[in-house]
Design a binder for this molecule. Structure first.
Ligand code: HEM
Length: 422
């Protein structure tokens, strides 16, 4: 090895200028250094093609956005052109790739938010259609899914018109919120002739360190409780067929098979009042322990995965009959058909005019039957004690299209060919 004087001189000469600052910069983080990303998670890719759209039973990453649009279309041809473009962009945004370079005299092809290469980052893009779209056009109305309707005001709701309904929702999920924002802006730019934004809500789920056995406890919502504990098992394909996916013989148009009903609710939480509520009251109101998420009827080792046994507590002395979980799911054979798959995000939107924090839950759920699912569960929850802390202000009912089966297919292809055949 050459350790002669010439090389040492060169090193000493460079030391003060080039080598030392580079070395110390790596060791000592600077105020403006980017937070450390993770190449592994950025490379995570969710398959776009399949019988169902991704973003429903696929694991929920940390960041989500629901955007609702009205569609500036007047004909079936417009609709098809839009859905083909939307599919093409969604394939790129979810699978990732290089951003094409363009003549700098033109606007760049991409916002640049993610740099020259778009990493997939667990991105899913899930497209659902609203009641208003089907009702507006003669060529769609006869094909409307059997249970699709405009969301109504429930007794505890204070719906804000500008935060409700829409012709179409796009649900974006990814590891990092910037990935979702990039995708939203990409679609709004590339489909600007069709998409008129109506409302948008961002949300996050706090990452949770897995337990020693590798299982991950449920994340907490903004009321500090674990949220998702009793969700139906999304890996149980048979259960998902029953709870989430439209199958044959369910009274739905044939094009809808493989789709699902999406419910979105923007639910404000009165967090200031909640933070002043005694712990035992909070736990009674939900029907679960706050720290562990365990049901109330178990011993000290009970976990959030244990199932409450209401048959031993018919009067609700342990788990109150009007607690959130007991009303939402009384766990009787008759109420099994009311199961829903929840996929919520926490949101925070600054400060309300009355000086309270504007925080809450971007509640999203999927079900094969909107009436038996969300509508029945919400009707059971009407009047629950949690209404003191919950105020639904927006959202809507939508029909999530079946999946795109492969290249050449596109979102809504079944609906559009059924409309052409009318
Ligand atoms: C801000 C609003 C809400 C909050 C903070 C909230 C919170 C919770 C919490 C902490 C649990 C217990 C843990 C779990 O199983 O996830 C739970 C369970 C549940 N919630 Fe909610 N929830 C909200 C709104 C709703 C709405 C609007 C519905 C449906 C209409 C709903 C349906 C359910 C169901 C079905 C369960 C599972 C019950 C069980 O199977 O034991 N929740 N929720």
């Amino acid at each position: 090895m050459n350790t002669g004087p010439n090389r040492r001189l060169v090193l000493i000469g460079l030391g003060a200028t080039a080598l030392t600052p580079l070395a110390s910069r790596a060791e000592q983080a600077q105020v403006n250094d980017a937070p450390h990303g993770n190449a592994g998670t950025a490379a995570q890719r969710v398959e776009f093609y399949g019988r169902h759209q991704a973003g429903i039973t696929t694991p929920r990453p940390a960041a989500g956005i629901v955007a609702s649009f009205d569609l500036a279309i007047t004909s079936l041809d417009d609709f098809e052109r839009m859905m083909r473009m939307l599919t093409e962009r969604a394939v790129f945004l979810t699978q990732g790739g290089e951003v094409p370079e363009r003549d700098p005299k033109l606007p760049p092809a991409d916002s640049g938010l993610l740099g020259p290469v778009v990493a997939p980052d667990n991105q899913t893009i899930t497209v659902s259609l609203g009641n208003s779209l089907f009702e507006r056009f003669d060529w769609l109305r006869p094909l409307k899914p059997a249970h699709l309707q405009q969301m109504v005001q429930f007794p505890n709701d204070a719906l804000i018109a500008s935060l409700c309904h829409g012709d179409m929702t796009i649900q974006f999920c990814a590891n990092v919120q910037d990935t979702n924002i990039h995708a939203l802006r990409d679609l709004m730019k590339n489909l600007s002739e069709f998409l008129v934004i109506r409302w948008v809500q961002e949300g996050d789920v706090p990452p949770v360190v897995p337990d020693a056995d590798g299982s991950t406890p449920s994340a907490r919502n903004f009321l500090g409780f674990r949220d998702g504990s009793a969700n139906p098992d999304s890996n149980d394909a048979k259960l998902m067929e029953d709870v989430v996916w439209i199958g044959p013989g369910e009274g739905e148009p044939a094009w809808a098979e493989g789709g699902s009903y999406q419910v979105v609710r923007l639910i404000r939480n009165m967090v200031e009042r909640w933070d002043r509520t005694p712990l035992q009251e909070q736990e009674r109101d939900f029907g679960r322990r706050k720290m562990s998420g365990a049901p109330l009827d178990g011993g000290p080792d009970t976990t959030e995965r244990d199932v409450p046994d209401y048959s031993k507590d018919p009067e609700g002395e342990i788990t109150p009959l009007d607690s959130h979980i007991r009303l939402a799911n009384p766990r009787t054979p008759e109420t099994e058909k009311n199961l829903i798959l929840r996929r919520a995000f926490n949101y925070t939107n600054g400060v309300l005019k009355n000086g309270q924090l504007d925080q809450g839950l971007l509640f999203i759920c999927y079900q094969a039957d909107l009436e038996a699912g969300f509508i029945t569960v919400q009707n059971r929850l009407n009047g629950e004690v949690m209404e003191e802390y919950f105020k639904p202000i927006g959202g809507g009912y939508f029909f999530t299209l079946p999946g795109v089966t492969g290249p050449g297919d596109f979102l809504g292809s079944g609906l559009i060919s059924a409309a052409r055949a009318l």
